[in-house]
Design a protein around this ligand. Structure first.
Ligand code: SF4
Length: 218
Protein backbone atom coordinates (compact mmCIF):
# COMPACT_ATOMS: atom_id res chain seq x y z
CA UNK A 1 0.00 0.00 0.00
CA UNK A 2 1.57 3.32 -1.04
CA UNK A 3 2.29 5.72 1.85
CA UNK A 4 -0.07 8.69 1.97
CA UNK A 5 1.27 11.17 4.49
CA UNK A 6 4.32 13.32 3.88
CA UNK A 7 6.03 11.77 6.91
CA UNK A 8 5.37 8.24 5.66
CA UNK A 9 6.71 9.15 2.21
CA UNK A 10 9.85 10.62 3.74
CA UNK A 11 10.33 7.54 5.94
CA UNK A 12 10.01 5.29 2.91
CA UNK A 13 12.47 7.39 0.91
CA UNK A 14 14.95 7.18 3.80
CA UNK A 15 14.58 3.40 3.77
CA UNK A 16 15.18 3.29 0.01
CA UNK A 17 18.33 5.40 0.39
CA UNK A 18 19.57 3.19 3.22
CA UNK A 19 19.06 0.03 1.15
CA UNK A 20 20.87 1.61 -1.80
CA UNK A 21 23.79 2.51 0.47
CA UNK A 22 23.94 -1.08 1.71
CA UNK A 23 23.80 -2.50 -1.79
CA UNK A 24 26.03 -0.02 -3.59
CA UNK A 25 28.50 1.72 -1.29
CA UNK A 26 31.15 3.87 -2.97
CA UNK A 27 29.76 3.51 -6.49
CA UNK A 28 30.94 5.87 -9.17
CA UNK A 29 30.71 6.44 -12.89
CA UNK A 30 31.39 3.34 -15.00
CA UNK A 31 32.90 5.30 -17.90
CA UNK A 32 36.70 5.02 -17.86
CA UNK A 33 38.53 8.35 -17.81
CA UNK A 34 41.56 10.03 -16.30
CA UNK A 35 40.44 13.67 -16.40
CA UNK A 36 37.27 15.79 -16.89
CA UNK A 37 37.81 16.18 -20.64
CA UNK A 38 37.99 12.42 -21.15
CA UNK A 39 34.81 11.94 -19.11
CA UNK A 40 33.06 14.62 -21.16
CA UNK A 41 34.02 12.81 -24.37
CA UNK A 42 33.04 9.41 -22.95
CA UNK A 43 29.67 10.75 -21.81
CA UNK A 44 28.94 12.24 -25.23
CA UNK A 45 29.82 8.85 -26.75
CA UNK A 46 27.56 7.01 -24.29
CA UNK A 47 24.36 8.45 -25.80
CA UNK A 48 22.37 5.50 -27.21
CA UNK A 49 25.35 3.25 -26.46
CA UNK A 50 26.43 1.04 -23.55
CA UNK A 51 29.21 2.09 -21.19
CA UNK A 52 30.98 -1.18 -22.01
CA UNK A 53 31.10 -0.31 -25.69
CA UNK A 54 32.34 3.21 -24.92
CA UNK A 55 35.06 1.80 -22.65
CA UNK A 56 36.26 -0.36 -25.54
CA UNK A 57 36.51 2.63 -27.88
CA UNK A 58 38.01 5.34 -25.66
CA UNK A 59 41.50 3.87 -24.95
CA UNK A 60 42.48 4.03 -28.63
CA UNK A 61 40.68 7.37 -29.06
CA UNK A 62 42.52 9.03 -26.16
CA UNK A 63 45.81 7.55 -27.37
CA UNK A 64 45.26 8.94 -30.86
CA UNK A 65 44.13 12.38 -29.61
CA UNK A 66 46.03 12.88 -26.34
CA UNK A 67 45.14 16.57 -25.82
CA UNK A 68 42.12 18.84 -26.27
CA UNK A 69 44.13 20.56 -29.01
CA UNK A 70 44.38 17.24 -30.86
CA UNK A 71 40.60 16.78 -30.64
CA UNK A 72 40.00 20.37 -31.78
CA UNK A 73 42.18 19.83 -34.86
CA UNK A 74 40.58 16.52 -35.88
CA UNK A 75 38.32 16.15 -38.89
CA UNK A 76 34.76 14.91 -38.47
CA UNK A 77 35.32 12.23 -41.08
CA UNK A 78 38.41 10.82 -39.38
CA UNK A 79 36.95 10.89 -35.89
CA UNK A 80 33.72 9.39 -37.17
CA UNK A 81 35.72 6.31 -38.12
CA UNK A 82 37.39 6.21 -34.69
CA UNK A 83 34.06 6.20 -32.82
CA UNK A 84 31.96 4.40 -35.45
CA UNK A 85 30.96 1.49 -33.21
CA UNK A 86 29.29 3.79 -30.63
CA UNK A 87 26.58 4.75 -33.14
CA UNK A 88 25.45 8.21 -34.30
CA UNK A 89 29.14 8.71 -35.04
CA UNK A 90 28.79 11.71 -37.37
CA UNK A 91 26.88 13.78 -34.84
CA UNK A 92 29.04 12.65 -31.94
CA UNK A 93 32.26 13.46 -33.83
CA UNK A 94 30.90 16.88 -34.75
CA UNK A 95 29.97 17.63 -31.13
CA UNK A 96 33.25 16.37 -29.67
CA UNK A 97 35.34 18.46 -32.08
CA UNK A 98 33.18 21.54 -31.47
CA UNK A 99 33.36 20.94 -27.71
CA UNK A 100 37.16 20.79 -27.86
CA UNK A 101 37.29 23.99 -29.92
CA UNK A 102 35.02 25.86 -27.50
CA UNK A 103 36.88 24.68 -24.39
CA UNK A 104 40.17 25.57 -26.05
CA UNK A 105 39.18 29.06 -27.16
CA UNK A 106 36.66 30.18 -24.53
CA UNK A 107 37.63 28.28 -21.38
CA UNK A 108 41.41 28.26 -21.64
CA UNK A 109 41.54 24.48 -22.24
CA UNK A 110 39.77 23.72 -18.93
CA UNK A 111 36.43 21.95 -18.70
CA UNK A 112 34.09 24.47 -16.99
CA UNK A 113 33.20 23.69 -13.38
CA UNK A 114 29.81 25.37 -13.34
CA UNK A 115 26.71 24.11 -15.07
CA UNK A 116 25.87 27.36 -16.87
CA UNK A 117 29.20 27.40 -18.73
CA UNK A 118 29.25 23.65 -19.25
CA UNK A 119 25.83 23.74 -20.90
CA UNK A 120 27.28 26.06 -23.57
CA UNK A 121 29.71 23.32 -24.66
CA UNK A 122 28.43 21.44 -27.75
CA UNK A 123 27.17 17.96 -26.85
CA UNK A 124 26.87 18.76 -23.13
CA UNK A 125 23.19 18.66 -22.23
CA UNK A 126 22.07 18.48 -18.60
CA UNK A 127 22.78 14.78 -18.18
CA UNK A 128 26.33 15.10 -19.51
CA UNK A 129 27.00 18.22 -17.45
CA UNK A 130 25.73 16.56 -14.27
CA UNK A 131 27.88 13.47 -14.91
CA UNK A 132 31.06 15.52 -15.39
CA UNK A 133 30.46 17.96 -12.51
CA UNK A 134 29.40 15.23 -10.07
CA UNK A 135 32.04 12.65 -10.93
CA UNK A 136 35.09 14.85 -11.55
CA UNK A 137 34.45 17.85 -9.30
CA UNK A 138 32.03 16.44 -6.71
CA UNK A 139 29.68 19.31 -7.57
CA UNK A 140 26.02 18.38 -7.13
CA UNK A 141 24.58 20.46 -9.93
CA UNK A 142 21.58 18.18 -10.42
CA UNK A 143 20.61 14.53 -10.69
CA UNK A 144 21.79 12.49 -13.67
CA UNK A 145 18.68 11.02 -15.27
CA UNK A 146 19.40 8.26 -17.75
CA UNK A 147 17.20 5.35 -18.78
CA UNK A 148 17.87 3.41 -15.55
CA UNK A 149 17.23 6.37 -13.25
CA UNK A 150 14.02 7.18 -15.16
CA UNK A 151 12.69 3.63 -15.01
CA UNK A 152 13.52 2.89 -11.37
CA UNK A 153 12.39 6.29 -10.09
CA UNK A 154 9.04 5.59 -11.72
CA UNK A 155 8.88 2.02 -10.38
CA UNK A 156 9.66 3.25 -6.87
CA UNK A 157 7.02 5.96 -7.31
CA UNK A 158 9.50 8.76 -6.69
CA UNK A 159 8.12 10.47 -9.78
CA UNK A 160 5.16 10.14 -12.09
CA UNK A 161 6.86 12.11 -14.85
CA UNK A 162 8.18 10.44 -17.97
CA UNK A 163 10.66 12.93 -19.44
CA UNK A 164 14.18 13.33 -17.98
CA UNK A 165 13.94 17.07 -17.32
CA UNK A 166 10.83 16.77 -15.18
CA UNK A 167 12.00 13.56 -13.51
CA UNK A 168 15.15 15.43 -12.46
CA UNK A 169 13.03 18.28 -11.07
CA UNK A 170 11.03 15.80 -8.96
CA UNK A 171 14.16 14.05 -7.68
CA UNK A 172 15.82 17.35 -6.79
CA UNK A 173 12.72 18.22 -4.75
CA UNK A 174 12.73 15.06 -2.64
CA UNK A 175 16.41 14.11 -2.37
CA UNK A 176 18.85 15.90 -0.09
CA UNK A 177 21.50 17.60 -2.23
CA UNK A 178 24.15 15.45 -0.58
CA UNK A 179 22.53 12.45 -2.32
CA UNK A 180 22.13 13.86 -5.83
CA UNK A 181 25.39 12.38 -7.12
CA UNK A 182 25.39 8.99 -5.38
CA UNK A 183 21.67 8.33 -5.97
CA UNK A 184 22.15 8.33 -9.76
CA UNK A 185 25.17 6.05 -9.62
CA UNK A 186 23.31 3.66 -7.31
CA UNK A 187 20.19 3.51 -9.48
CA UNK A 188 22.27 2.96 -12.61
CA UNK A 189 23.95 -0.01 -10.92
CA UNK A 190 20.60 -1.30 -9.70
CA UNK A 191 19.18 -0.99 -13.19
CA UNK A 192 21.97 -3.05 -14.67
CA UNK A 193 21.86 -5.75 -12.00
CA UNK A 194 18.40 -6.16 -10.50
CA UNK A 195 15.88 -3.73 -11.90
CA UNK A 196 16.31 -4.39 -15.59
CA UNK A 197 13.76 -3.03 -18.04
CA UNK A 198 12.20 -6.27 -19.23
CA UNK A 199 12.72 -8.75 -16.44
CA UNK A 200 13.47 -7.19 -13.05
CA UNK A 201 14.81 -9.63 -10.46
CA UNK A 202 12.30 -8.59 -7.83
CA UNK A 203 12.51 -11.85 -5.86
CA UNK A 204 16.12 -11.03 -4.91
CA UNK A 205 15.73 -7.25 -4.73
CA UNK A 206 16.28 -5.87 -1.21
CA UNK A 207 13.82 -3.07 -2.03
CA UNK A 208 11.00 -5.49 -2.81
CA UNK A 209 9.13 -4.62 0.40
CA UNK A 210 9.35 -0.91 -0.46
CA UNK A 211 8.37 -1.25 -4.11
CA UNK A 212 4.83 -1.44 -5.47
CA UNK A 213 5.60 -1.10 -9.14
CA UNK A 214 2.86 -2.47 -11.40
CA UNK A 215 5.38 -4.45 -13.45
CA UNK A 216 7.08 -6.13 -10.50
CA UNK A 217 7.96 -9.76 -11.04
CA UNK A 218 6.38 -12.03 -8.46
S1 SF4 B 1 11.29 -4.83 -6.50
FE1 SF4 B 1 11.60 -5.18 -8.71
S2 SF4 B 1 10.71 -3.40 -9.74
FE2 SF4 B 1 11.01 -2.85 -7.57
S3 SF4 B 1 13.04 -1.90 -7.47
FE3 SF4 B 1 13.33 -4.06 -7.02
S4 SF4 B 1 13.81 -5.02 -9.01
FE4 SF4 B 1 12.90 -3.00 -9.43
Amino acid sequence: MPPRSKADKQARLNQILAVLDDMYPNVTCALHHTNPWELLVATILSAQCTDERVNKVTPALFAKYPTIEDFAAATQEEMGKDIYSTGFYNNKAKNIIAAAQRILTVFNSEVPTNIEDLLTVPGAARKTANVVLGTCFNIASGVVVDTHVSRISQRLDLTKKTDPVNIEKDLIQILPQSRWISFSHQLIHHGRGHCTARSPKCHTCPMNHLCYAKDKNA
